[in-house]
Design a protein around this ligand. Structure first.
Ligand code: MMA
Ligand code: CA
Length: 163
């Protein structure tokens, strides 16, 4: 379901001035509902911290994506494929900046699903790799990468409007 479809459904059930308020203030285009939240793929390549900042400044504000199931990951890959016709390296919201090898999501949700490539995360050859990316290698799994690397990214917002 797209954001616009979601708003159209709301429009059928609540009065118009509320709808226009929600629409004008809280609905950018490009959000798609998958599993547990609204996701938006950003093809522009940014370093991980700038990508997180970008997600926080969207409307509605979000974070880099947290993923909680293979089903969600598969749906996100489908979303990215539709836009890119390929699966480029893509930042998601995991990092171990506070404690090495203790990965957490920037949106505060629990790390209850991972899809690391074998031998990852590895801080490759002693290089600090504190940021999590998806679509790595032939199997399109996860890798810890150098946070300054420019990559496209996925943002996530838990709701489309203020409750
Ligand atoms: C790259 C880089 C690392 C990754 C290794 C795996 C050469 O470094 O992407 O993050 O762990 O490849 O070989
Ligand atoms: Ca790595």
């Amino acid at each position: 379901m797209t954001c616009v479809t979601f708003l159209a459904l709301i429009a059928g059930t609540i009065i118009l001035h509320q709808v226009s308020q929600i629409n004008s203030q809280h609905c950018d285009s490009g959000w798609t509902y998958v599993s547990d939240g609204w996701y938006k793929y950003i093809p522009a390549k940014m370093m991980w911290a700038d990508a997180e900042d970008y997600c926080q400044q969207l409307s509605p504000p979000g974070h880099l994506a947290s993923l909680h199931s293979k089903k969600t990951e598969d749906s996100l890959k489908e979303l990215i494929l539709n836009i890119e016709k390929s699966l480029p390296w893509t930042w998601i919201g995991g990092h171990d900046m506070f404690k090495d090898r203790k990965f957490m999501w920037t949106d505060g949700s629990p790390l209850d699903y991972t899809n690391w490539l074998s031998n990852e995360p590895n801080n490759y050859q002693g290089t600090r790799e504190a940021c999590m990316m998806m679509n790595y290698a032939d199997s399109n799994q996860w890798n810890d990468a150098v946070c300054a690397t420019p990559m496209s990214f996925v943002c996530k917002a838990s709701r489309m409007h203020r409750s």
